[in-house]
Design a protein around this ligand. Structure first.
Ligand SMILES: C[S@@+](CC[C@H](N)C(=O)[O-])C[C@H]1O[C@@H](n2cnc3c(N)ncnc32)[C@H](O)[C@@H]1O
Length: 379
């Protein structure tokens, strides 16, 4: 990074983040770090336990119904990490299973290797491809009723497909730039080198970044000196997700907040780092050793969705979304099972764990406050 800065001048924060998280050798995710209990650096809803996956399986069934029960039905698990969500969804045996083609999409080769240890992965050609021509000269068609089939890829498949793109805590990890309001317009906060350390450098934002920042801040009074993140990779990622769907849903679960709130909180309130399940240090420290993430500006998500041809179907908190999928009844069942059994019975322990998982997933001061944005294409 120091060498790059010496050659090119101070780096934009999205370039810094791209290298710190995804560099082919030293990137934080490339080195197979990430979400998880043992040796992981942070806990996501997926890693809390199997309850989240059980409810995502229900959501998949609802979307399958809304789409007219297509077969094949593609579910893309975007930013799939170690593959835990895939395991939990498949274990829940959704109604759509026989039609289900489950595709884990994960940039990190290290994490894809972990997925292959725990999942019955098949070749992408088999899972995505229409397999047999009904007659020798006919176009090949997918064989119905052959699911569930599972595969793993580095990037989104080409499509077109009917199905769902589900992204839990992915978009907060897509690179963004940082701008600061000035009396005249916007400065961009870049990363330079001062002596032997990396340091922030404020430079006037170029025209295209200033236009993006103006759009994000449209109609909002942002005081001079306030900073906001400008997602730069999100629009392209959403465009690709939408482009691969002939018809379907893009569901984004992540921490997000309105621009006005982010500006008021200040950078320390929306830019975070994680290492070994603790908050890390400055994002400029030891690139590659910690996760770098930010609350996603809700306005940026809506704007990128509209530009990708997706309409907003619902916007809720995670707690509201999980309740709409029936989490309360599942917890009540677990509570009854827990109290009806002896304390060290395995079923009682499983039931007790489910109650505690629900507490974490619904926590209004934590995972329960995540935003769930459901976007539709031709739906
Ligand atoms: C915070 S982790 C979330 C993992 C998992 N979804 C969970 O909830 O536990 C984000 C993951 O997204 C992956 N990722 C980031 N950008 C990606 C992209 N453009 N395509 C696929 N995976 C990506 C990272 O490598 C990382 O494994």
């Amino acid at each position: 990074m120091a060498e790059r800065i010496r050659r090119q001048g101070p780096l934009s924060f999205d370039d810094w983040m791209e290298a710190a998280l995804y560099d082919s050798e030293g990137g934080f995710f490339t080195r197979a770090a990430g979400a998880g209990r043992s040796g992981g650096d942070f806990i996501t809803s997926v890693e809390v336990g199997s309850l989240f996956g059980t409810l995502v399986a229900r959501a998949a069934d609802d979307w399958w119904d809304q789409l007219g029960q297509p077969d094949p039905f593609l579910v893309i698990d975007a930013g799939a990490g170690r593959g835990q969500l895939a395991r939990d969804v498949l274990r829940a045996e959704p109604r759509c299973a026989a039609a289900l083609r489950y595709v884990l999409v994960e940039r990190s080769g290290g994490l894809r290797a972990v997925q292959s240890e725990h999942l019955p992965l098949e070749s992408a050609e088999l899972v995505l491809g229409p397999a047999v021509p009904p007659e020798p000269d006919d176009e090949p068609v997918a064989v119905p009723g052959t699911g569930p089939m599972v595969t793993a890829l580095e990037g989104l498949p080409a499509g077109p497909a009917i199905g769902v793109v589900f992204a839990n805590e992915l978009v907060d990890n897509l690179p963004f730039r940082i701008v600061e309001r000035t009396a005249e317009g916007w400065n961009e906060i870049r990363v330079g080198e001062v002596g032997a350390s990396f340091a922030e450098v404020a430079l006037p934002a170029d025209e295209s970044l200033a236009v993006r920042a103006d759009r994000l801040a449209d109609g909002i009074a942002i005081p001079a000196g306030s900073r906001i993140p400008v997602p730069t990779a999100l629009p392209e990622w959403l465009r690709s997700a939408a482009a691969m769907l002939r018809r379907g849903v893009v569901a984004i679960v992540d921490y997000a907040a309105p621009v006005e709130e982010l500006a008021a909180r200040g950078q320390a309130g929306w830019l975070r780092t994680y290492r070994a399940q603790q908050r890390g240090s400055s994002p400029l420290d030891h690139p590659g050793s910690q996760d770098i993430t930010a609350d996603v500006p809700i306005e940026a998500l809506r704007r990128a969705a509209a530009a990708a041809g997706l309409s907003v179907l619902t916007e809720t908190t995670q707690a509201e979304w999980l309740r709409s999928l029936g989490v309360d009844a599942l917890v009540e069942e677990a509570r009854v099972a827990w109290h009806g059994r002896s304390a060290n019975d395995l079923a009682a322990l499983t039931a007790r764990s489910r109650v505690h998982e629900a507490d974490a997933l619904l926590d209004p001061g934590g995972l329960g406050a995540h935003r769930v944005t459901i976007l539709g294409k031709k739906l």
